[in-house]
Write a protein that binds this ligand. Structure first.
Ligand SMILES: *Cc1c(COP(=O)(O)O)cnc(C)c1O
Length: 429
C-alpha cells in the first residue's frame, strides 16, 4: 500500500499542528501507524491522498449515518450557501430544525443549538447546576462527554486510548466537584447518590457507552438511575451525542423507554457539519439566557449551512423504515462477525446494539471500564493494520465503536467480513 502522499502531509502537519492532528485519536498512535489523509469519500467508501480506497466503519466517529456525501445533505448545503453563510441573527432554518428535533426526541420540549458535543454537555451541566443550586457532577468511568474541564476524570475516548487518567491544566478545584463511578453498577450508584444527594446537581451518562468501546447498559442500571435522580431532585442528563438519531429516531431514550431531564446531542444532528444541541424539560430550559439567568451563547450557533445539513439528514432518517432497515442490516452483519469470532481461536467479545458495535480482544464479558481495559490493545493494533491493508477502515482504537450506515451495501459488508476472517487467522498464527 502506497502512502507517500499521506506521509508527506503528516510530516508538514507535525510542524504546525500539535501531533499533526486536530483531535488526538486521529494520530493512530495506539495502533502503531501514521494517520492517512483523506482525499474524498462517498457512501461507505473513503479514499486517501494516495488513492487507496477503504470500506469506512468510522463514519467520522458517528455522524455519517447516511454515508458520506449524501445527495440530500450536499444539495441542501449547495442551495443554502449562495444566500450567505452566517448572520448572527435568527433564521427560519433553526426553527424548522428545532421543531423536528423536539418532535423526534421524546423528552425534548425545548432545544438550544451549539457547535459541538463538548459545548452541549458543558452547557447542560451549567444549566443543571443553575437549576439545582448544587455543584457536584456524577459521571461514569470510561464515559466521554467531550473535553470540558469537569469531564476529564477517568474519561473514555482518546484518554483511554492514550492511557491518560485526567489532564494537566484542569484545576483540582474543578475536579473535586466531579465524582466518577463504575458504569452498570447499580449498588455503587445508589450509595453515592444517597450519600451526597444535597451536593449533586446532575448525573451525566452515555445511555449506551460508546467511548470505552460499546458497552450496553443493564436495564436495572438505567431504571435505577432514573428513579433515584427523580427521588433526590438530581437532574439526569443523557449524553446522546453518539446514540441520538443512531439507536432510533429518538435515540437511546426511545429505545429503552427511559426519559432524562436533559439530553445532549451532537455528531449525527449536523449531518456532518459542526452542530451540537442540548434540550429537555421546558421548566429547566427556561432558565437559559435570555429567558433565564444561566448564560450560554455562540457566534456561529445555528449556522445556516449546518442547520440546512441537519434538516436534510433528519428528513431522510424520519422516513418510515429507515431504522428498521439499518437494524436488520446491522443484525445480519453482527451475526456474521460473531460467527467468525466463534470459529477463531482468538478470544473476542462482540458488544453491539443497533448499528454500533465493538469487537473487544478480551476473554470475559465487557460491562464497564474495568472489564473493557482488560482488552489486548496490541492485538487490536495488529488487527487494525491488517484490516487497513485489506481495504477496511476501522477506528484506530480498541475503545471506539464501529458504525454501520445506511450506505453500507452487502458487497462492502461482505468484503469486511472476509477481511476479518483472514485477519483473525493471521492473529491466531
Ligand atoms: C463525541 C462525543 C462528545 C463530544 O462531542 P464533540 O463534538 O467531539 O465535542 C460528547 N459526548 C459523547 C458521548 C461523544 O461521543
Amino acid at each position: 500500500m502506497n502512502t507517500e502522499q499521506s506521509s508527506e502531509f503528516f510530516a508538514r502537519a507535525r510542524k504546525v499542528i500539535p501531533g499533526g492532528v486536530n483531535s488526538p485519536v486521529r494520530a493512530c498512535k495506539s495502533v502503531g501507524c501514521d494517520p492517512l489523509f483523506v482525499q474524498q469519500a462517498e457512501g461507505c467508501t473513503i479514499i486517501d491522498a494516495d488513492g487507496n480506497s477503504y470500506v469506512d466503519f468510522v463514519c467520522s466517529w458517528g455522524p455519517m449515518i447516511l454515508g458520506h456525501a449524501h445527495p440530500a445533505v450536499v444539495g441542501a448545503i449547495k442551495e443554502t450557501a449562495p444566500f450567505g453563510t452566517s448572520f448572527g441573527a435568527p433564521t427560519s432554518l433553526e426553527v424548522e430544525l428545532a421543531e423536528l428535533v423536539c418532535d423526534s426526541v421524546p423528552s425534548l420540549e425545548k432545544v438550544r443549538f451549539v457547535n459541538s458535543g463538548t459545548e452541549a454537555t458543558m452547557s447542560a451541566v451549567r444549566l443543571a447546576r443553575g437549576y439545582t443550586g448544587r455543584d457536584v457532577v456524577v459521571k461514569f468511568d470510561g464515559c466521554y462527554h467531550g473535553h470540558a474541564d469537569s469531564f476529564l476524570v477517568k474519561a473514555g475516548s482518546g484518554l483511554i486510548t492514550l492511557g491518560i487518567p485526567g489532564s494537566p491544566g484542569v484545576p483540582e478545584d474543578i475536579v473535586k466537584n466531579t465524582l466518577s463511578i463504575p458504569y452498570n453498577d447499580t449498588q455503587v450508584l445508589e450509595e453515592t447518590l444517597r450519600a451526597r444527594a444535597d451536593d449533586i446537581a446532575c448525573v451525566i451518562v452515555e445511555p449506551v457507552a460508546g467511548n470505552m468501546g460499546v458497552v450496553v447498559p443493564e436495564m436495572e442500571f438505567l431504571q435505577t438511575l432514573r428513579s433515584l435522580t427523580e427521588e433526590l431532585g438530581i437532574v439526569l442528563i443523557f449524553d446522546e451525542v453518539i446514540t441520538g438519531f443512531r439507536l432510533a429516531l429518538g435515540g437511546a431514550q426511545e429505545r429503552f423507554g427511559v426519559l432524562p431531564d436533559l439530553t445532549c446531542l451532537g455528531k449525527i444532528i449536523g449531518g456532518g457539519l459542526p452542530v451540537g444541541a442540548y434540550g429537555g424539560r421546558r421548566e429547566i430550559m427556561d432558565l437559559v439566557a435570555p429567558d433565564g439567568p444561566v448564560y450560554q451563547a455562540g457566534t456561529l450557533s445555528g449556522n445556516p449551512l449546518a442547520m440546512a445539513a441537519g434538516l436534510a439528514m433528519l428528513k431522510v432518517v424520519r422516513k418510515p423504515g429507515f431504522y428498521s432497515e439499518l437494524e436488520e442490516k446491522s443484525d445480519w452483519f453482527a451475526g456474521e462477525l460473531a460467527a467468525i469470532s466463534a470459529r477463531s481461536s482468538v478470544p473476542t467479545v462482540l458488544n453491539r446494539i443497533g448499528s454500533m458495535m465493538t469487537c473487544f480482544f478480551v476473554e470475559a464479558p465487557v460491562r464497564d471500564f474495568r472489564t473493557a481495559s482488560a482488552a489486548d490493545t496490541k492485538r487490536y493494533g495488529q488487527h487494525f493494520r491488517q484490516m487497513l491493508a485489506g481495504g477496511v477502515w476501522l477506528a484506530p482504537s480498541q475503545f471506539e465503536a464501529m458504525f454501520i450506515s445506511a450506505a453500507h451495501d452487502r458487497t462492502s459488508l461482505e468484503k469486511a467480513l472476509a477481511m476479518t476472517e483472514s485477519s483473525f487467522k493471521k492473529l491466531a498464527d
